[in-house]
Design a protein around this ligand. Structure first.
Ligand SMILES: [Zn+2]
Length: 259
């Protein structure tokens, strides 16, 4: 049986990890480390997968802060009381990002192509987990997340950011609405972030993790504090869940950080 694979960033000094699909107990289209509830995978398998992933990252995988994601811009300050088991419905309204300064409160967001962003200010003891799909990024969830960290005492020049596995320019084909939205977000500072798709007239190829990276620089983070892991989920369907590659017949990655 394969071990759980945990992808980490060398910049982040607290417990954290980006999951892959390897090392779980789920079967069939969920084989094997599906961490998403309510996708049709038996809940006992999802819970066992969370226990394994938690053990591999170094936290109790039975409870974390997570909820329904809506490709919006809501970022919530999470407390211990907001932790719940994966099989309990979240008591919170939807959110696409969480921040906290409390120890042993794992923050989790789910992805299967969208860009996962984990952040930490090691000096202030503040962390964030953010679900950066193109719609949330265009609506500037990165700004909301950085501001929420600052509200807890973080300093922009001390914030470290890890941009995890997500769909990259090699695979992210879009209509003109995505480059237009990225252009508006970044005020035209989009050199190298998108271009016409040579194989498909009227379509584009967009570097979404690159756009997240560029936005974080605009928000005051330092280049040396940003780690873009450069891994494309759609390029590796044996290793990652990819919505574009698999549609709704798939599991989900989880991306977790904990003080
Ligand atoms: Zn790719």
């Amino acid at each position: 049986m394969a071990d759980v694979e945990v992808i980490r960033s060398g910049l982040i000094t607290c417990r954290h990890g980006f999951s892959t699909r390897l090392g779980g107990v789920s079967q069939g289209i969920f084989s094997s480390l599906n961490l998403g509830a309510n996708r049709g995978d038996p809940m006992e398998n999802v819970m066992e997968n969370w226990r394994r992933f938690g053990a591999a990252v170094g936290f109790d995988g039975t409870r974390s802060v997570h909820g329904r994601q809506s490709h919006g811009v809501t970022v919530r300050v999470a407390r211990r009381a907001d932790m719940h088991a994966i099989d309990e419905p979240a008591s919170w309204p939807e959110a696409d990002g969480y921040v906290t300064n409390e120890p042993d409160v794992p923050l989790a967001i789910f992805t299967a192509d969208c860009t996962p962003l984990l952040m930490q200010d090691p000096a202030a003891g503040v962390i964030a987990a953010v679900h950066c799909g193109w719609r949330s990024t265009a609506a500037d969830i990165e700004k909301r997340a950085v501001e929420a960290m600052v509200s807890l005492g973080a300093k922009r020049s001390d914030i470290r950011a890890a941009i995890g596995p997500g769909i990259r320019r090699c695979c992210f084909q879009t209509g003109p609405e995505v480059p237009e939205a990225i252009d508006a977000l970044l005020g035209g500072d989009t050199r190298g972030l998108y271009g016409p798709d040579r194989d498909a007239p009227g379509r584009y190829r967009v570097d979404l993790p690159g756009a997240v990276h560029r936005r974080l620089l605009q928000l005051g983070l330092e280049e040396e504090n940003i780690d873009e892991l450069g891994i494309c989920t759609m390029c590796g369907p044996d290793r990652f869940w990819s919505h574009r590659a698999m549609g709704t017949e798939r599991g989900s990655q989880a991306n977790v950080i904990v003080l």
